[in-house]
Write a protein that binds this ligand. Structure first.
Ligand SMILES: Cc1cc2nc3c(=O)[nH]c(=O)nc-3n(C[C@H](O)[C@H](O)[C@H](O)COP(=O)(O)OP(=O)(O)OC[C@H]3O[C@@H](n4cnc5c(N)ncnc54)[C@H](O)[C@@H]3O)c2cc1C
Length: 443
């Protein structure tokens, strides 16, 4: 059967796919979102929402729900065995201002973020089609044809665009043979799980950084009765994760503190990969989230970068589907690929600092908070050395972030309404993201 209803097919319903689905739903784009998993994921995985992602949630209208399930300013408490070395709020002094409504990361389990996005999607009348796997893709100049397999059999779906939010092992990326450049750190294995326990308070992120077998951390997950346990495996040792193994490491690394793990709803073993896709756009297909970039979890960037990929792509898809020039979609890769490159470098540096027990590991700034991300130097934004007067300018000496009069005029000749539309949208977005519209100095 061939179905031509979907303008966009989203593959994968992690935070990236869900964020894109919510954005398209509120913009009236017809789409489907499929996931090969039979149901939604229950593990905490990413447990930090950075300020930029909180701004996205705000724009979606679900910041209240997200904030109610999270907590800011959970201090790190460092131990050497059973001895407390000290406690530090690494975001001390960071509080909201009118320009920066969210000043530090919110600790909340990833499944809570996905839950809020899924509920929003349902309020928009959408839903994830679980148990539906993408098994084939073809594209030509006008459309993408996807093969989906579910218990009901095989279905061929014809859509205008496909967004691959299908995670680090992306079927789409592999099928399109997009190089995933970088490295796998074979010797860096991290055990992660959600555990219930007795014997530790929930007021701090407990951390044992310097045991010879590797570090251990237990972070209370707000809005749950669980902690996220993270532990580095001793070199050359790779047993299956289990409650017993986690208990053994807790006993050994906490110097015999009386901590009793009682239950583990989710356990996993994680191998660190640091890789990014060479391209984000392949014709009518876009890679987003972990499908486009993976890295160590240090610094809590992965889920956030995926959500912001989706936020960047959503409005562009809608604009192009309603008449804006196709070239607008090229700016997705132009704007987001460099962000991933920076995130890979940053998370690698932080991971190295954590494993070396270096103090830099807990230093946070506008870069780790993702508040430094702008697109001011990109083609939709500032034009350095623009020789003519600003079209929208407030600055007497600068040219407007959206482009100078000459550039805008030439765009207007070909696509008057669409161009006006997306200029307005960009300005609106810059305001809602608290960004100045990228003023640049006139030459
Ligand atoms: C231990 C750990 C800690 C982390 N900590 C943080 C943190 O603190 N902060 C942070 O920001 N990030 C963190 N991350 C990273 C974060 O979890 C990921 O970056 C995030 O899940 C990526 O979201 P995604 O939607 O791109 O992909 P995923 O969440 O991987 O979702 C992909 C989805 O696609 C589906 N799928 C795959 N193939 C197909 C197919 N062929 N057809 C249909 N569906 C398919 C899968 O079933 C899955 O549901 C952490 C990760 C781990 C493992």
């Amino acid at each position: 059967m061939t179905n031509t209803d979907a303008q966009v097919l989203i593959v994968g319903s992690g935070p990236t796919g869900l964020a894109l689905a919510c954005d398209l739903a509120r913009r009236g784009v017809q789409f489907r979102i499929v996931d090969k998993a039979r149901t939604y994921f229950i593990g905490s995985k990413g447990k930090g929402l950075q300020p930029r992602s909180l701004e996205v949630m705000d724009d979606f209208g679900i910041a209240g729900q997200i904030l109610a399930n999270g907590k800011f300013h959970i201090p790190f408490r460092g131990y050497d065995g059973s001895k407390v070395l000290g406690e530090k709020d690494i975001h001390e002094g960071r509080y909201p201002t009118p320009n920066v409504p969210y000043a530090s990361p919110l600790i909340t389990p990833q499944w809570r973020v996905e839950e809020a996005l899924r509920e929003l999607l349902e309020r928009h009348g959408g839903r994830v089609e679980f148990g539906t796997e993408l098994t084939g893709i073809e594209q030509d100049e006008g459309s993408v044809t996807a093969t989906l397999r579910s218990d009901d059999g095989e279905e061929r779906v014809c859509c205008r665009y496909l967004a691959a939010a299908d995670g680090g092992r992306s079927f789409v990326r592999k099928a399109l043979q997009v190089p995933f450049e970088g490295e796998t750190w074979k010797d860096e294995r991290m055990y992660v799980g959600d555990v219930r326990l007795r014997g530790l308070d929930r007021e701090a992120w407990h951390s044992w950084p310097n045991h010879p077998d590797g570090w251990l951390a237990l972070c209370p997950l707000p809005s749950t009765d669980t902690f996220q346990l993270q532990a580095q495996a001793p070199p050359g040792f790779e047993p299956e994760p289990s409650l017993e193994l986690f208990q053994q490491w807790v006993n050994e690394r906490t110097g015999g503190m009386d901590i009793k793990l009682t239950d583990a709803p989710w356990l996993s073993l994680y191998r660190v990969n640091v890789r990014m896709a060479a391209r984000y756009r392949i014709g009518r297909i876009f890679l987003a989230g972990d499908a486009a970039h993976v890295h160590s979890p240090a610094g809590g960037q992965g889920m956030n970068t995926g959500i912001q990929d989706a936020y960047n792509l959503g409005w562009k898809l809608q604009r192009v589907l309603t008449g804006a020039p196709d070239a607008l979609l090229d700016t997705y890769e132009e704007e987001r690929l460099p962000v991933a490159a920076n995130v890979l470098g940053l998370s690698t540096k932080l991971y190295r600092q954590i494993t070396a027990d270096d103090e830099g590991a807990i230093r946070r700034d506008a870069v780790t908070l993702q508040l430094g991300i702008t697109y001011r130097e990109m083609s939709l934004s500032a034009r350095r050395g623009c020789p003519v007067e600003p079209f929208f300018g407030r600055s007497r000496s600068g040219c407007a972030g959206i482009g100078c009069r000459r550039q805008t005029d030439s765009a207007l000749r070909s696509f008057p309404r669409a161009t006006f539309h997306f200029i307005a949208v960009i300005r609106q977005r810059q305001r809602s993201m608290g960004e100045r519209p990228g003023w640049c100095e006139a030459s």
